[in-house]
Design a protein around this ligand. Sequence first.
Ligand code: HEM
Length: 410
Amino acid sequence: MPELFTWEFASDPYPAYAWLREHAPVHRTTLPSGVEAWLVTRYADARQALADQRLSKNPAHHDEPSHAKGRTGIPGERKADLMTHLLNIDPPDHTRLRRLVSKAFTPRRVAEFAPRVQELTDELIDGLAARGSADLIHEFAFPLPIYAICDLLGVPREDQDDFRDWAGMMIRHGKGPRGGVARSVKKMRGYLAELIHRKRAESDENATDLISGLIRASDHGEHLTENEAAAMAFILLFAGFETTVNLIGNGTYALLTHPEQRERLQKSVRAGERELLATGVEELLRFDGPVELATWRFATRPLTIGGQDIAAGDPVLVVLAAADRDPARFTEPDTLDLSRRDNQHLGYGHGIHYCLGAPLARLEGQTALATLLTRLPDLRLAADPAELRWRGGLIMRGLRTLPVEFTPRE
Ligand code: HEM
């Protein structure tokens, strides 16, 4: 039985997941926090569990509430009272809130956003291109999604650096002081509440930002409290931030360590093609996705997953990273194949909680990788892969730093 949640495991969890899939596909374990939970690692079981309505997202269903209430992977969340967000609730509240936010977060709105994402990406590369070396996590993967989401939500540009600082504190919580994280969450929450208040008072019918859209939807008869609106803005930020940092970080790392695949993609992008870029980003999500484990689920009644009985009140964690390497579903699952077509990966989840931000994440991931490969064509790793440190959170998988070198350009 391999050891889970150690330093070696954080660097490369895939051998341990292969063992679990084979020998203990629904496995009860003690998490580093002391909470006992089931890990579901096979693709078929994972997909079924993600869509199973007997598994609730509401932490009130946990049989050890003192441990797990509020533990949805968001540090300081309980204190900040941001519980009524999509990843923490079930139908009918989930259905109502998701409908409201889907109205404000349409694929058309995301497509209109493409030039802005390109502009942000270019600005960030302009800032580092002349130097010849950079930490791609801190200087590129981290700022891009935070500015993009702030723009989308309608956070004025002059306030976006505050968001960057608060988010930085939250993403570093593994190392940083817990008190600092709670303070950052509190500041962000206070700011969002005030912004919502202000936008409601201004009531600009032509405003296209997401918060104004939410306010309009709620003012037109659909029920949305100000707390729900603040929690919604917060979850969009939170769900859309570290995930996208990791897509860009893990994705670039995978390309730099698979030169043949990277060369294919580079050629294709330079030729102005989009197809390999699109299938490639999906493959990077499958191969080493940003979300290692889906967020918490709790059994509302006894049920069986993969032949294993699970008691009411037990927490269930669906291991997306393990399911997406299941040889029963994917041909040569440990091979990175950017042109993979049969690729219904679970990187964005499945069922009613399927990632709302997937179109935006795809846009950001594709823009970031294509621009990096075009503007810094000889980009290479400036560290031994064995020396790289992965962030040790439970839900997310991502690098702390990604040192790179390239020929400096003006
Ligand atoms: C839900 C992954 C980017 C907003 C989810 C879930 C996954 C996921 C796995 C389902 C969690 C579960 O069932 O427990 C990702 C990945 C991303 C990404 C891999 C980047 C590559 C984004 C972005 C946004 C976003 C950019 C928005 C700005 C959300 C929201 C939910 C969600 C609101 C909750 C949906 C619901 O409960 O109905 N995401 N996400 N995500 N994601 Fe994403």
